[in-house]
Design a protein around this ligand. Structure first.
Ligand code: COA
Length: 260
């Protein structure tokens, strides 16, 4: 499972994916995105995996955005092609049936923060910086940043970050709602795994359907959103896990979920 670009650890119901690119501050290269797409494809058939934690190697960066050294060697067509695969990978994270936790172990900049924004949950280590500096590089956040950031933290705050390109620390990111947890230095893995374990103990179909209900309903009008939620709910009713949860409650024990 572990390739050259990502180190994959399998834990109880959880996979821990680490970008193995500390020397380039875990920047997004073509090979790294290709391997990410392959792992997302593999994950579709992995019923035993309920939550994935994404992190970066080392303590300096979660991900420094696009690999600017590789970018300098690419033609416009190649950049276009790369960009398409980047968008597909981030959308793949969002649409995966498993929940994804971004564990930001250091700077999360540009595409690095955009990758974290495609995840369901975000935790950052105290001391790390986050930002979308693209307008200072003559571009705009183009891997979902202008779309996902306002959805995550609201238009006013998103414009504050995107139009200034400024970097923020953990406390401000927490206050803005960009991250839901801040880990003390040295404890990021523990905190991220704690979050992942809380997710992983739940019914897999419920996780998938709750993600779909939230992501799909967010910008529908109220009645359409409620109808969408109901459709997502219906899919849970047919599962063995729902029956198992009721049985476990009656028997005063923890449910054993299989994802069926
Ligand atoms: N692409 C390719 N290589 C990168 C990179 C990137 N986005 N970011 C950093 N690196 C490389 C540096 O070129 C350097 O390589 P070298 O040792 O061969 O010179 C190495 O990583 C270390 O970089 P350095 O800046 O010294 O590390 P740092 O730990 O002090 O700071 C960052 C880390 C991430 C805060 C800093 O590198 C940075 O701000 N990077 C640019 C982020 C950016 O603007 N991304 C683009 C967004 S669109």
């Amino acid at each position: 499972m572990t390739g050259t670009e990502w180190r994959i650890e399998r834990l109880e119901g959880i996979e821990y994916w680490t970008i193995a690119g500390e020397a380039r501050r875990n920047a997004l290269s073509r090979a790294m995105i290709q391997e990410l797409l392959e792992n997302l494809e593999r994950l579709r058939g992995e019923r035993s995996v309920r939550c994935v934690v994404l992190t970066g190697e080392g303590e300096k960066a979660f991900c420094a955005g696009a690999d600017l050294k590789e970018r300098a060697t690419m033609s416009a067509d190649e950049v276009h092609q790369f960009h398409r695969s980047l968008l597909a990978a981030f959308r793949g994270i969002e649409q995966a049936p498993q929940a994804f936790v971004a564990a930001m172990n250091g700077a999360a900049l540009g595409g690095g923060l955009e990758m974290a924004l495609a995840c369901d949950l975000r935790v950052v280590v105290d001391g790390a910086e986050m930002g979308l500096p693209e307008v200072g590089l003559g571009i705009i956040p183009g891997a979902g940043g202008t779309v996902r950031l306002p959805r995550a933290i609201g238009v006013a705050r998103a414009k504050d970050l995107i139009l200034t390109g400024r970097r923020i620390g953990a406390a401000e990111a927490f206050a803005m709602g960009l991250v839901s947890r801040v880990a003390p230095p040295g404890r990021l893995r523990e905190v991220a795994l704690e979050m992942a374990a809380l997710v992983a103990r739940n019914a897999p179909v419920s996780i998938r359907q709750a993600k779909r209900a939230i992501d799909g309903g967010l910008h529908l009008d109220l009645d359409a959103a409620l109808a969408h939620e109901n459709a997502m709910y219906q899919d849970c009713l047919r599962t063995k896990d729902r029956v198992e949860a009721l049985r476990a409650f009656a028997e005063k024990r923890k449910p054993i979920f299989t994802g069926e």
